[in-house]
Write a protein that binds this ligand. Structure first.
Ligand SMILES: [Zn+2]
Length: 133
């Protein structure tokens, strides 16, 4: 086993963690790879921990460990008919001057309403509905 300097050790860590055979393993495994490669320095495990914790690629693609997970608290409570999705479907072949269908769907119960409309504009639709009713 060859004792290397800190600077050489960082290069070895970088090669064995990020290199073609690295695989971005965790700190302990990377340190063991250094030992298996025949290198050693007194602060190997501490330096491996610091190096892996600063690895940009690991931080971007690493999984969230149980330690970092947030507890699941369901704070979004919605009652039936609280959330609606409203959209126009069309243009369709004209039927009594109507080329669109206004569709409203309740997100909770999936209850849906539909009304014929001659324009895909909600303001025009509302003004015609007021005029009719
Ligand atoms: Zn990494």
């Amino acid at each position: 086993m060859r004792c290397v300097s800190f600077d050489e050790g960082i290069d070895i860590l970088k090669h064995l963690h990020e290199g073609p055979t690295g695989g971005h393993y965790q700190a302990t495994r990377t340190a063991h790879k250094v030992l298996c490669s025949g290198f050693y320095w007194p602060s190997l495990f501490k330096d491996a921990q610091a190096f892996v914790s600063r690895c940009d690629s690991c931080q971007r693609s690493g999984n969230i460990s149980n330690k970092n997970e947030m507890p699941q608290n369901y704070f979004l409570e919605c009652e039936i008919f609280d959330l609606w999705g409203i959209d126009f479907v069309g243009p369709l072949p004209s039927s009594f001057g109507n080329k669109y269908i206004l569709v409203a769907v309740d997100y909770v119960s999936r209850y849906q309403l539909s009304q014929p409309a001659f324009s895909p504009n909600l303001n025009v639709y509302q003004s015609t509905r007021k005029r009719v009713s």
